[in-house]
Design a protein around this ligand. Sequence first.
Ligand SMILES: C[S@@+](CC[C@H](N)C(=O)[O-])C[C@H]1O[C@@H](n2cnc3c(N)ncnc32)[C@H](O)[C@@H]1O
Length: 286
Amino acid sequence: MSFHEPVLLEEIIDWLKVFPDKIYVDGTVGMGGHSEAILERSSPTGVLYGFEWNEPSFELAKQRLSKYGDRARLFNLNFIYIKEVLQKEGVLADGILLDLGISSFLLEHSGRGFSFQKDEPLDMRMSLEKELTAEKILNIYDVKRLSQVFLTGEVPSAVKFAQFICERRKRKPFKTTKDLVEAVKEFYKSSRKSLLAVIFQSLRIEVNEELKNLEKVLKEVPEVLKTGGRIAIISFHSLEDRLVKNFFKVDPRIRPVLKKPVVPTLEEIRRNPRARSAKLRVGEKI
Ligand SMILES: C[S@@+](CC[C@H](N)C(=O)[O-])C[C@H]1O[C@@H](n2cnc3c(N)ncnc32)[C@H](O)[C@@H]1O
């Protein structure tokens, strides 16, 4: 069963320098595609510490990777705990991967309202440990906070759209993704996929505190990388990519390995359109 095609797979294996006897971390195991490739290439002795906070994804990945026995050490946790777990285990990593954002499984099968093409409750929590949902944001945030969510997410006419949402919810509270799609159509007089995608993404980022998590993990992972160890990060939007690029530039513990990000080939994009906005950046511990 495949719910997600791993993006930039060969590139990740090359740039992370995957070999036996080494220790790797996959901070975003998802369906386990990258994890499985890392375990294969580091066979027979490489070890992988995997983190996945979405409960159903974690269970599926656990089953898929069970054939690797003790070489696959999986944690149903937010990747902000990488440092804590590795320090508790007394290990440093040779390579760390973060494949940010959302999986095809979450979009298609979670029922949590990530896709504007389905009518589902406006939840958008990747992990049920979180309390905030997209429904609460749309119905409770005041204009200022909601504007900030849309501004951060680079939504067009962010402030005016936030004002419109706050007026519209007096008539009809937001409950499902269909309510949000209708509001977008009413306000923008358009239901362009790229517009809907950016609006849904901005709410998902807020619900899951995605930028905050990324900032925290970037600050901490250099402490659990061996000298010469690498961190590879795939991002899917400019907000994340900017954070990563800047981190590699200013953190004195890490040197950027690549001048420009690696992007998927046309062949990969044809096979897997979800890969089209992926950017891979790689840093090395000094
Ligand atoms: C793009 S998918 C990863 C796909 C994976 N590389 C594969 O090959 O199947 C991102 C995954 O990371 C998870 N995720 C996102 N943020 C996370 C976080 N802060 N901590 C742990 N998992 C996270 C999501 O639940 C999702 O399953």
